[in-house]
Design a protein around this ligand. Sequence first.
Ligand code: KIV
Ligand code: ZN
Length: 513
Amino acid sequence: MTDKLVIFDTTLRDGEQSPGASMTRDEKLRIARQLERLKVDVIEAGFAASSNGDFEAVKAIADAVKDSVICSLARANDRDITRAADALAGANASRIHTFIATSALHMEMKLRMSPDEVFEQAKRAVRFARNRVADVEFSPEDGYRSDPDFLCRVLEAVIDEGATTINIPDTVGYAVPELYGNFIKNLRERVPNSDKAIWSVHCHNDLGMAVANSLAGVQIGGARQVECTINGLGERAGNCSLEEVVMAVRTRKDYFNLAMGIDISQIVPASRMVSQTTGFVVQPNKAVVGANAFAHASGIHQDGVLKARDTYEIMRAEDVGWSANKIVLGKLSGRNAFKQRLEELGIALESEADVNTAFAKFKELADRKSEIFDEDILALVNSEGMSAGADMFSLISLAQHSETGEQPEATVVFQARGVEKKGSATGNGPVDASLKAIESHVQSGAEMMLYSVNAITSGSTESQGEVTVRLQHSGRVVNGVGADPDIVVASAKAYLSALSKLYGTVDRVAAQG
Ligand code: KIV
Ligand code: ZN
C-alpha cells in the first residue's frame, strides 16, 4: 500500500524569519494562493501572536485560502494559542502548531524552566489548543538535541492530550541523515501511543543536509509529514527545500513509494514568486528551480539529450513549470489578452482595479520593451510595481546623466508618504547618484548590506534588470526588489521599496527556530 506524504509549507512562517525576508500581508496572501495552487497540504501562514501584522496575515489567508489546511504557530501558552485560534477562525480547515523547547540547553539557558515544568506546560498547551481546534501539532523545539527519555515522556503525554501531529525539529541543523532517521524511528518505537499521531520532520540546513535529513526521517524514521519552504528559504542557511524534497520523492518513487498531492507544474512559478517577493535570489545551480538546473553546456551532454532525453535528464523542465522564454504579449495586446495570460500563469489578482493597475504597468513596459515574456509579467505583479499606491515610497520619475570622465548626477522625483519630493545628487555612478538623491530627502541613515542586479530573462540585453537592495537599520533588515529595463530605475524602485518596508515593519516577538 502507498502511504501519503503530507507536505507542510512554512515559507510564510519559518521562511519569513530569514533576516530581510519579511513580507507584507498582501504579499503573503499572494504567496499563500500560489501554495494553494501548488496543492500543499498545510500552509503555516505565520505566528499570529508575534505581531498585529502577522495576526492579520494569518487571518487574511485563513479567510481566503480554502483548499489547504491553514496553520498558525503558537508558543505553549494560552495567549498565543488564543491569538492563533482567533486568526484561524475563518478557515475551512485549521491547525494550531504549538511548541516548547525540550533540550537541556534550551530549557536551562533560554526558558529557565525545569524539565517537569516544561512537561506540564506542553501538556496544558496541547489540551488548551484542542479545545479550540481538532488538528493540533506539537513540536519539541531543539528536539533532535533533547534527551530521548525525556522526549518520549513529553511526546506520550501530548499525544494523550490529543496532539494529532508530532514534529521533531532539528532546530539548529545539527543532524546527519542516518542518525536523524534512527532518532525518529526510535521515538516512534518507544512512545506507546505513537500510532495515534502523524510524525513529522523539520530540518534546518546549517550543514547543507536539511533535505537529506528530512528524507532519512521519512524513509528510516517513518515520518509522514515533511516541513519545508519554497527555495529552502529560512533563517541562517535555510530550511528543507520543498521543491527538492518533492522532486526526490517523486523521481525516486521506486525507492520511497509515497503518494503526494502536489501539482509540480506550479513549482517554478512558486519559486519565482517567493524570490521576487523577498529579494532572495535563487542560485543558478540550485536543484530543480535554479536557472541552470536543466541547462546542458557540454557537447557530449547536449548530443546525448538530443538523441534521448533520459541519457542525462532525470526530470523534465516543463513538468516543474519551466517554460521556454516565449514572447507572450506585445504593446498591441489588449486588456483581455493580458488578463487571460495572468489566469494562465495562475495569477489571481484581487480585484478588477488591480487588473487595471497591472495592465497600465504592462502597457508602460510594452512601450519600452518590444518583447514581453512570462517572466516580465510575473515580475510586474510580484514587484513593487503593483503596490505602488500602497507603498510608503514610490518612484515618479528619474533623470540621470553620466559620461566618461564626468561625475554622474541624478534627479529623482518620488512620492514619500503621499507627498511629492524631488532630490538631486552626484555619486560615483548613476545608481549611487540616484540613491543619494533619494536619501537627500529621506535621510534614513540605513546601511546597505546587499545590492544585486539580475536579468529577469536570460540571453538578451533587452531583458529587464531585477535589482535587490537589502537595508539594515536599528537591528531591522529588509529587502526591496525593483524591476525595469533601465537598471538605474530598477535600483531606485528597489531602494524605495526597501524604505517602504523599513518604515512599515512592525516589531514582532522573537520566534525561535
Ligand atoms: O526549528 C524549529 O525548531 C522551529 C519550531 C518552532 C518548529 O521552527
Ligand atoms: Zn524551524
